[in-house]
Ligand binder design. Structure first.
Ligand code: ADP
Ligand code: ADP
Length: 232
């Protein structure tokens, strides 16, 4: 089944002579348990696609379906609830709160969703990303790779249907990138979660089972499987 579906997705910024067509009628489906990398030159619309698919930005026209729900007509409040309960995010700059420990950072999405953290649940999530020993540390006492693994545990703690990753390896060296990517691939395999990752990094894209190349706001090429790994 398709967890995310984009139909004629169009996003235009500005108006008149300064109109920018960031997305021009993108059609794409993302199956449950699939890992897609979105690549393309700077300005090709990757971030806009991610923002619209994640309900952080509204399309100018076209539709975004999460499951069988069209999210374009949801109110701001409904979108916020959706993001907190069904969607996880991983960012290039980790975006951890510096004053909170690893454990407190991971627990935060549960609190925001109004859910009581299950006993041991946060510790289990940290253990899964190999950070059981670092639970009480603050981000500045962790390496970049460790911070990204905390942010992965944080993204997964609500058991989202879809995980969006925006240049997740952009601030990591190659070996550390591979560790994080292997974890993310494992999560997709084990949970059936849908992973959509924007990246410039060929190493990161080589972990995906499909690569969508955007050019000038449109899907220019779609490559699946081993071909995706070669081209990336
Ligand atoms: P990418 O992520 O591939 O670099 P973006 O989605 O950021 O591409 O941008 C696509 C196009 O839309 C670019 O021309 C960019 O300048 C423009 N754009 C993106 N966000 C805005 C905005 N908030 N206001 C105006 N133009 C924007
Ligand atoms: P269940 O067995 O009930 O399906 P899991 O034990 O698989 O649940 O997952 C528990 C939590 O840990 C979920 O939030 C899930 O998204 C998350 N998770 C699953 N696999 C991983 C992993 N490899 N790394 C980090 N978190 C994970």
């Amino acid at each position: 089944t398709d967890q995310v579906r984009l139909v004629g997705l169009t996003r235009t910024y500005g108006s008149g002579t300064s109109t920018v067509h960031a997305l021009r009628g993108v059609r794409a489906s993302f199956a449950s348990g699939s890992f897609t990398a979105v690549m393309g030159p700077s300005g090709s619309g990757k971030s806009t696609l991610l923002q619209c698919a994640a309900g952080l930005d509204r399309p100018t026209s076209g539709q975004v379906f999460l499951g069988d729900r069209e999210i374009g007509n949801l109110s701001e409040n409904e979108l916020t609830v959706l993001r907190r309960t069904r969607i996880g995010f991983v960012f290039q700059a980790f975006n951890l709160l510096p004053s909170l420990t690893a454990e407190q950072n991971v627990e935060l999405p549960l609190r925001l969703a109004g859910r009581r953290p299950a006993r041991g649940g946060v510790r289990d999530a940290l253990a899964r990303v190999g950070l059981a020993e670092q639970a009480r540390r603050r981000p500045d006492a962790l390496s970049g790779g460790q911070q990204q693994r905390v942010s992965l545990a944080r993204a997964l703690i609500t058991r989202p249907d879809v995980l969006f990753a925006d240049e997740p390896t952009g601030a990591l060296d190659t070996n550390t990138s591979r560790e994080v990517l292997e974890l993310m691939s494992e999560v997709v395999r084990d949970t059936g979660m849908t992973l959509i990752m924007v990246t410039h990094d060929p190493v990161a894209a080589s972990y995906a089972d499909r690569v969508l190349f955007l050019v000038d706001g449109q899907v220019h090429t779609e490559v699946r499987g081993a071909g995706a790994r070669e081209i990336a």
